[in-house]
Design a protein around this ligand. Structure first.
Ligand code: CP
Ligand code: NVA
Length: 316
């Protein structure tokens, strides 16, 4: 792995190795108060073409905790593809930074950065995918449902049923499917027909994905996952999307359809309370949305340590 443009850049072995490294770094910091200065003197350039809370702060904090530092470049400063082409931005930043993290509209810009940068490139979200989110999501599932850490087949999530509800054609859903496939999860989508993943994307997933518009599709869920109905860049369609997706809100009524009393609810955040998720569910006992958000820090530290610091990935 040289870049982290998508989950499909990872083998199953690398994904599990990253999750194991995550656990090691998190435990050392939280239990032993020990930081590892793996990235001393290293610099991450963070290019943002869209707003962010979690991605920006977790990458910045992750670099600091590993002994390095990060700089934030705002949409107007860089103007990726507008003020300057993505290949030129990649060439310039490669002379200053040890890694580039970019949040973009057009996924092509991630591919261009990867092709022309001399340093590792990390996709911090595009219209197509959000692999950093999926990495944290898999770690959250390992903590919640995984086998014992010492077990050779950790995280042992095979067969766990994850049901994504709402806008099934979103960046978060795409990466979740790719990551879930790598760990042999059972993947299901509950979404209106016009909001189901594209057939060509589903063809790329080397696993069966059950797709239905019927809310009863959540019945078997161990995990109910949702994301905003209006992603960044889709604001012009806001009223139509809210109307089309209104019946797919994750609320108490929808959760009552699940048979597993221990089913959990996940959301990448930011949440639009009262749209895709109700307050009651978001703040209720099934919700794991805040530990899930905190895990962004831990999994990205492992990613940075490996990509920028050459830290080897642990084996089982
Ligand atoms: N989940 C996520 O990527 O959040 P931000 O948009 O705040 O970075
Ligand atoms: N699908 C959302 C995810 C935000 C983290 C968006 O692209 O706005």
């Amino acid at each position: 792995m040289r870049h982290f443009g998508d989950i499909c850049n990872l083998t199953r072995f690398e994904m599990i190795g990253l999750l194991r490294l995550t656990r090691f770094l998190q435990r050392d910091r939280e239990v032993r108060g020990q930081n590892h200065p793996i990235l001393q003197g290293k610099h991450l350039a963070m290019v943002f073409m869209k707003p962010s809370l979690r991605t920006r702060v977790s990458f910045e904090t992750g670099m600091l905790q590993l002994g390095g530092h990060a700089s934030y470049l705002s949409p107007t400063e860089v103007g990726l593809g507008d003020r300057e082409t993505a290949p030129d931005v990649a060439r310039v930043l490669s002379g200053y930074a040890d890694g580039i993290m970019a949040r973009v509209f057009d996924h092509r810009h991630i591919l261009d950065l990867m092709e022309h940068a001399q340093v590792p490139v990390i996709n911090g979200l595009s219209m197509a995918t959000h692999p950093c989110q999926a990495l944290a999501d898999m770690y959250t599932l390992a903590q919640e449902f995984g086998s014992h850490w010492a077990s050779p087949n950790w995280p042992g999530l095979q067969g766990l049923k994850i049901v994504y509800v709402g806008d099934g054609d979103s960046n978060v859903c795409h990466s979740l499917l790719e990551a879930g496939q790598l760990l042999d999860l059972e993947l299901r989508i509950v979404a209106p027909e016009a909001y189901q993943p594209q057939a060509d994307f589903l063809d790329r997933i080397d696993a069966e994905v059950q797709v239905t518009a019927d809310l009863e599709g959540v019945a078997e869920a161990d995990v109910v996952y949702t994301d905003v109905f209006v992603s960044m860049g889709q604001e012009a369609d806001r009223s139509r999307r809210l109307q089309d997706l209104a019946a797919y809100q994750v609320d108490a009524q929808l959760l009552q359809r699940t048979r597993n009393p221990k089913a959990i609810v996940m959301h990448c955040l930011p949440a639009h309370r009262g749209e895709e998720i109700s307050d009651e569910v978001m703040d209720g006992p099934h919700s794991r949305v805040f530990p899930q958000a905190h895990n962004r820090l831990h999994t990205q530290k492992a990613l940075l340590a490996h990509l920028l610091g050459g830290e080897p990935l642990p084996t089982p």
